[in-house]
Design a protein around this ligand. Structure first.
Ligand SMILES: [Zn+2]
Length: 496
């Protein structure tokens, strides 16, 4: 059978300052991977959703009908025209490939553009319109998805990642491809129920390796094992955008049993809702995290600066952590990564071995703190191209743009040009910087850094600094959520 495979992936951050370099942000200007048509045939090995879809379709003996794949970095909203042209291109390729027996899509689930709050729903509903009601359409989403009723109505099944860091991207996609194979063979008939919870989930409580999130994954596995259940998912939501799709959702897909889907979705939603206070965490200052870390005495102490998480759409140039390392003479230490194209260019021109005066970071907006004056030694420079080798993006090529490893008396800073978060040790290693030798590490990341850094960390703390992606939901400038949300409104009720 012929299974169409494609993807348009973007996580849209509504609260971050726009990039200072791009004129208008388009899907292409923030894309990190783009594959058209036949180019998808070369996929299958890396740990991405689309690789998993391609692999899964092949494994089940079906033909991959390649559409297109655009995988973009988290950014402020891209232009509506660029969404439209991506959808048109996808639909055009699908139209030419018809008839197909099924459609498998990778959609982040938190994609919005000006005037379209639910871009993923837009993609799904137009694909549905094109293929008609009989062809099964299934989508795989990021854990940080904001699921909508339009998505629910348009897809036969939605499958969400379970891990954070997202090490199960390909695995969940292969699972979706297997459900698709059984569906087109007439063995099963996916029937889906979705529940929407008025719940904002703290990122520090999404880490699946530790409780309480490990309990949630166990609950999902328990549901998987029930006869008749094809898939169970929790979407923890993406909170840094102001629109009515924001929030937690649960999804259960059964084999042709609507009542079982509804009952299981209710059960899972209640399970999550009853534990709503467990998914929250109070802010933690870097100072108190350091105190706790020194008391434990396990090094390196890794401080995850979640409010300036470039992976979540922040500008990556907040300066509080760097200033703290310098002021307290916390050495050897490293800040990964400071996004500052000007300083990166300055270092590249000066070259390795030179000493330069820089004003690093603090340029995106006043909130992130002023630039830090440093006299640094340029230890290495790079064009920013490398291959991830940690468990999350294994085999994916990274493009940091012009970059440099700089040092001032034991305080190391890796300066890059694009907005990227540290996910594993590969990029630092490519520069010659050995993170294992550091006593203190500051990473501009919320959870994904764990895939590469947890194995070398003595202790890890998610800390809150003055930066864009506040994890104190009460401080986010929401006006369009359209409903009361926990924990902003602690007394909010969830009605089925
Ligand atoms: Zn995510």
């Amino acid at each position: 059978m012929r299974i169409a495979v494609g993807g348009i992936e973007h996580e849209t951050c509504g609260f971050a300052a726009p990039s200072r370099t791009a004129e208008a942000t388009t899907l292409m200007s923030v894309a990190r991977a783009v594959r058209y048509g036949e180019e998808l045939h070369s996929l299958g090995d890396a740990n991405t959703i689309v690789d998993g879809l391609v692999r899964g379709v092949r494994e089940t003996g079906h033909e991959v009908v390649p559409l297109l794949w655009i995988d973009a970095n988290t950014s402020p909203p891209v232009t509506r025209e660029s969404l439209e042209s991506a959808i048109e291109d996808l639909l055009d390729r699908l139209r030419k490939a018809l008839p197909v027996d099924g459609v498998l899509l990778s959609l982040h689930g938190a994609f919005a553009v000006e005037g379209v709050d639910d871009a993923d729903g837009e993609v799904l509903s137009r694909v549905r319109q094109l293929v008609g009601p009989r062809v099964p359409v299934m989508a795989v989403h990021d854990l940080h998805c904001n699921i909508s009723p339009v998505m629910e109505k348009s897809a036969n099944a939605m499958i969400v990642e379970r891990t954070y860091p997202h090490v199960d991207m390909a695995e969940r996609a292969v699972h979706a491809a297997h459900i698709m194979a059984r569906t087109v063979a007439g063995e099963v008939r996916p029937t889906m129920a979705v529940r929407y919870l008025p719940l904002l989930w703290s990122a520090a409580r999404m880490i699946d390796a530790e409780p309480p999130m490990s309990d949630a994954v166990r609950k999902l596995r328990e549901l998987d094992l029930r006869p008749g259940v094809l898939s169970a998912s929790i979407g923890v939501g993406y909170q840094w955008i102001d629109n009515p799709t924001v929030g937690t959702s649960v999804i259960v897909v059964t084999d042709n049993d609507e009542s079982q889907a509804r009952r299981s979705a209710d059960e899972l939603a209640e399970w999550v809702w009853d534990r709503r206070s467990q998914w929250q965490r109070d802010p933690l200052t870097p100072q108190s995290a350091l105190e706790q870390g020194e008391q434990l005495g396990n090094y390196p102490i890794v401080l995850a600066e979640q409010g300036d998480n470039t992976g979540g759409g922040a500008a990556g140039d907040a300066t509080e952590m760097l200033r703290l390392f310098i002021d307290r003479k916390l050495v050897p230490s490293a800040v990964l990564y400071m996004v500052d194209p000007e300083v990166a260019a300055q270092a590249v021109v000066a070259g390795p071995g030179t000493e330069i005066d820089i004003l690093v970071g603090g340029k995106s907006q006043p909130l992130v703190g002023p630039p830090v004056p440093m006299r640094v030694q340029v230890r290495a420079v790079s064009n920013g191209r490398f291959t991830y080798d940690g468990p999350m993006w294994t085999g994916v090529v990274g493009e940091m743009g012009p970059s440099a490893w700089l040092e001032q008396q034991g305080v190391h800073v890796v300066v890059i040009s694009g907005r990227h978060q540290p996910v594993d040790l590969a990029f630092c290693r490519s520069l010659g910087l050995n993170c294992r030798q550091m006593r203190y590490l500051a990473v501009k990341s919320t959870g994904h850094f764990r895939s590469g850094f947890a194995p070398i960390a003595g202790s890890i703390f998610n800390v809150d600094t003055a930066s864009t992606l506040s994890h104190d939901f009460r401080r986010l400038p929401y006006t369009r959520l359209g409903r009361k949300m926990y924990p902003i409104d602690p007394d909010v009720r969830w009605d089925r």
